[in-house]
Design a protein around this ligand. Structure first.
Ligand code: NI
Length: 193
């Protein structure tokens, strides 16, 4: 396994280490958690850019969910270095496009992002389930079954591929209670754009 520096260390900043061939759980928020992605069209734009970039970097998406003010993704990253590049390009492109749409040049859209290197199967499924159940957590719905239909996520795709029983079984096997990655800021990165 090779480990790379994601960027040259700069004064006052620690170098970030990203290992090759690992699964990462990613969370990023908008600046001040404002609802900048508040329409379906803006969310579609994000998804379009995301799909293009992950193809470029041969990154694989296991699960994802997009809200108007943040997103989560569980991804496989063959070359660790490409993770910060993906986020930089995603965020800068979205910033440019949203500011063009809203006629707000120079507006800051994104804040920090958090990444977590998934270490084992239990960790993987807990993060997977965290995304699956996210529509309930964020009170989009009360019932998990309705959460499976949240359109801006991998949920409908997983339902189509494996069925709802599979998603229930995963949650039952790897409960997400007391698991709150969004509050773990130990690995947060500052990012511009
Ligand atoms: Ni969330």
């Amino acid at each position: 396994m090779s480990v790379r520096l994601s960027s040259k260390p700069r004064a006052g900043r620690l170098p970030h280490l990203y290992a090759d061939g690992f699964t990462y759980f990613l969370t990023a928020r908008t600046h001040d958690q404002k609802h900048y992605l508040d329409t379906d069209a803006k969310k579609q734009l994000f998804i379009q850019i995301w799909n293009t970039l992950i193809k470029d970097y041969t990154i694989q998406t296991y699960h994802w969910i997009l809200w108007s003010n943040h997103y989560h993704a569980l991804i496989y990253v063959p070359i660790g270095d490409t993770l910060p590049r993906l986020i930089n390009r995603l965020h800068s492109t979205m910033t440019l496009k949203l500011n063009r749409i809203d006629n707000t040049p120079g507006r800051k859209i994104w804040n920090q992002y958090w990444d977590h290197c998934v270490r084992n199967e239990v960790d993987f499924w807990k993060h997977f389930n965290y995304i699956t159940a996210n529509p309930v957590k964020h009170q989009w719905c009360k019932d998990l079954a309705i959460g499976f239909t949240y359109p801006h996520s991998g949920n409908p795709q997983w339902v189509q591929k494996q069925g709802t029983d599979f998603l229930y079984e995963r949650i039952w096997s790897y409960p997400i209670r007391e698991f709150q990655p969004e509050e773990n800021k130990s690995s947060s990165r500052d990012i511009t754009g």
